[in-house]
Design a protein around this ligand. Sequence first.
Ligand SMILES: [Fe+2]
Length: 205
Amino acid sequence: MNKKDTSNSPHVLPALPYAENALEPVITAKTIGFHYGKHHKGYVDNLNKLITGTEYADLSLEKIIIATAGRPERTAIFNNAAQTWNHTFYWNSMRPKGGGEPPAALKQRIEASFGSVDACKKELAGAAVSQFGSGWVWLVLEDGKLKVVKTANADVPLTTGKKPLLTIDVWEHAYYLDYQNLRADYVSAVLDKLINWEFALQNAS
Ligand SMILES: [Fe+2]
C-alpha cells in the first residue's frame, strides 16, 4: 500500500509540561502566556504555512532543521522550524521546584567536564550574559564530553553535531516582562530554581 505518511504535517504546538503559572515566581504566568501562547505558537503556525507544498511538508521537525540549516534561500523555514524545536526543548529544560543538585549520574559527568556543578552553572550563566542580542545557551554533549555553547537567534547545536541536553532562552521575550533588562538575574534564577537536571540526564543517556 502506497500510503503517504502525513504524521509530521501539520506540526502541532506541544502542550506545556506544566501549568502556565507553575514556574512562578521565577517566571510569571504572564511571561509564559505570551512566550508559549504567542511566540512559540507563532513559530509553529508560520512553519506550517511556509512548508505547505514544499519538499519539507512531510518531514519531521529535526529533518527540516538539518535540511535547511546554512541555506540562505531557506532561512525563513529554518528559523521557524528551529524556534519551534528550541522552545519545546526549553519548556522541558525547566520544571517547578527544579535546580538544586543534579542526579548522581549527571553530577559525575558534570564534575568530569567542568570540575563542579557550580563551575558548570557559572559557565552557563556567563555564556547567557555574553550572548550579544537574541539567542540560546546550551549544555551539550560532544565527543563524550559535556560543554556549554551559545547560539544566536534560532540556531541550534543539532546542526553542528552536538547533542543538546538543556537550554535557556535568552531572547528578551523570555524575561523582559519579569526582569526588564536584567538577563543575568533571570538566568541565575532559572539555574538555581527551575533547571531540570533530570531532563539533561535523560538526554545524555
Ligand atoms: Fe523564546
